[in-house]
Design a protein around this ligand. Structure first.
Ligand code: LHQ
Length: 258
């Protein structure tokens, strides 16, 4: 059955995923979680990079609050446990680079989603906000982990406690994202980055992703061991052989992701 809350397309080794609830600034509903996770799993089988963006003027406004305003209070811990946390874990565990083009506002868990991606590029007019505190919540979906690591504790506290918007340029200056692009170029540029990555040594990219994540909690000793083990594996890869051969032949390498 085709998805209803996202659009997907596979081209040039890139799984392109577009969040597609533009009227709600692509806010999350359970179907979107399920469809997004299925698309990531599919990418893991068929693609060499993922490109994620939003339809319309927003990237993602976090949880769809319309689903939360009536009825008895939901167990939000359960929502995180069953929907958001698995999604963030899937992104980090996927052995492929995930590039996101933040085409507009990224709020609440929508901002967490952008932070969870490997490379985030944002439209000049995009904004980022930790909207949680404005509705009586604390940041989730990894934001309390990503923010202090990327931007430092002072900025993390300010963003989370004040809940104010920052611009794409500020997000760049604070180390939250990789680049800013003109609004009409952000998707094109993001897709070009994803296409570039899809033609790179996929196993090496996966090892880089794993190693940088592990560095967040490892000692230097443990990290040196991890680097040794990863390099041992990569040294036996087809792409390493190709990379070295291409270097000496003074030609561009043709990496196969093996
Ligand atoms: C929305 C939403 C939205 C529904 C805009 N829901 N309709 C996890 C565990 C479980 C539960 C709780 O949450 C979490 C994680 C979270 O993500 S908590 C944080 C949830 N998100 C927010 O609090 C953000 C709420 N949205 C906003 O503050 C603003 O909409 C932002 C700053 C994102 C954009 O502002 P504007 O550009 O001024 O747009 P707008 O407010 O006019 O929104 C456009 C439409 O989208 C509007 O609908 P309408 O029918 O009036 O045109 C909004 O109601 C709708 N929308 N966010 N999260």
């Amino acid at each position: 059955m085709s998805p209803t809350t996202i659009r997907t397309e596979l081209s040039d080794g890139v799984a392109c995923i577009t969040l597609n609830r533009p009227d709600k600034l692509n806010a999350f509903v359970p179907e979107m979680h399920a469809e997004l996770r299925a698309a990531l799993a599919e990418a893991g089988r068929n693609a060499r990079a993922v490109f994620l963006t939003g339809e319309g003027r927003g990237f993602c406004a976090g949880q769809d609050l319309g689903q939360r305003k009536d009825g008895p209070p939901a167990d939000l811990g359960e929502t995180l446990h069953t929907l958001y946390n698995p999604l963030i874990r899937d992104i980090r565990a996927l052995p492929l680079p995930v590039v996101c083009a933040v085409n507009g506002v990224a709020a609440g868990a929508g901002m967490s989603l952008a932070l969870a991606c490997d490379i985030a590029i944002a439209a000049r007019s995009a904004t980022f906000l930790q909207a949680f505190v404005k509705i009586g919540l604390a940041p989730d979906s990894g934001s309390t982990w990503f923010l202090p690591k990327l931007a430092g504790a002072a900025r993390a506290r300010g963003l989370a406690m004040l809940g104010g918007k920052i611009t794409a340029q500020q997000a760049l200056d604070w180390g939250l994202i990789w680049a800013v692009a003109d609004d009409d170029k952000v998707k094109e540029d993001g897709l070009a980055l994803a296409r570039h990555l899809a033609a790179q040594p996929t196993k090496a990219l996966a090892a880089i992703k794993r190693a940088i994540d592990a560095a967040a909690t490892n000692t230097l000793d443990a990290q040196l061991d991890l680097e040794r083990d990863a390099q041992r594996e990569l040294g036996a890869s087809v792409d390493y052989r190709e990379g070295v051969a291409a270097f000496f032949a003074k030609r561009a390498p043709k990496f196969e992701g093996r």
